[in-house]
Design a binder for this molecule. Structure first.
Ligand SMILES: [Zn+2]
Length: 269
């Protein structure tokens, strides 16, 4: 990963919640029973992130239309379009969208951003378009409709594929870590304070960082374990704060945005 100290500084980083669900530790952590710990409920948030720097507004992920799909019993809180309206952001204001990976809950609303540059993992692109070519998307968390939006961005010359660590915007760098999905991206942001490592689904919950516990859903378990240890190593090297992708406790660790958008957004920086 590029050292965040080499980047420009983001003026604001928000975590925005659009849906929620309650899960059991035993459901979400791979082989949880092998740890010999009691089961417990976890509050799972569904988020996207809004980063503002001198290159404009970057979204990390986009959420999805929960009411239209409702695949795992997610409870809609505020739809992505309504979140953006509360934040005073028009889709056309968004300069770029980084997709952490192509699962529906991360790219479902990508089609809103018809002008934005789309930054995705190269391995992610190759994996899912390969599956589509084989007619093997049945039962996957990535759909034909989601991929059609990525394809449109590609046809329009707006798709940028990340295959190694690279700077994607003034204050933002990304690198593929794989594991959960083949081209899962880890995103680093320089801020006024500690740099941020936005893990998205490379680490869903804080426990995964504390204990390097894999999540139950992965395309490569070894790669997921290496990704978790890499995130911890980078956090130490850069004195960075790691934000897991789906943990509701993030909202207790950071202040709510002032005004009505405080119901959905916390200020990470
Ligand atoms: Zn997810």
């Amino acid at each position: 990963m590029i050292d965040p100290a080499e980047l420009g500084t983001a003026s604001r980083v928000l975590s925005v919640k659009y849906a929620e669900r309650q899960v059991q530790r035993s459901e979400v952590f791979h082989e949880y029973s092998s740890y010999g710990l009691p089961d417990a409920t976890l509050d799972m948030d569904y988020n996207f992130w809004v980063i503002t720097d001198s290159d404009g507004i970057t979204l990390l992920d986009t959420g999805y239309d929960v009411a239209a799909r409702d695949w795992l019993g997610e409870i809609p809180v505020t739809s992505t379009p309504d979140c953006l309206a509360l934040l005073g952001i028009e889709p056309s204001d968004v300069t770029r969208v980084i997709t952490s990976h192509f699962h529906y809950d991360h790219i479902g609303y990508l089609g809103l951003f018809t002008e934005a540059e789309v930054v995705s993992g190269g391995a992610e692109h190759d994996y899912w378009f390969g599956k589509r070519a084989e007619g093997a998307l049945e039962g996957e968390f990535t759909t034909e409709a989601d991929l059609a939006v990525v394809e449109r961005a590609r046809d329009e010359g707006r798709l940028r594929l990340v295959r190694d660590a690279e700077r994607v915007s003034d204050a933002i760098a990304a690198r593929p870590v794989g594991g959960h999905c083949p081209g899962e991206l880890l995103v680093a942001v320089r801020t006024e304070g500690r740099p941020l490592l936005l893990a998205s689904d490379a680490a869903h919950f804080y426990e995964q960082l504390e204990h390097e516990w894999p999540f139950f859903a992965f395309t490569d378990l070894g790669e997921m374990r290496r990704a978790l240890s890499l995130i911890n190593e980078l956090a130490e090297r850069f004195a960075a704060t790691v934000i897991p992708g789906h943990d509701a406790r993030t909202r207790q660790r950071f202040p709510a945005l002032t005004g009505p958008a405080g119901a959905i957004a916390v200020v990470l920086a």
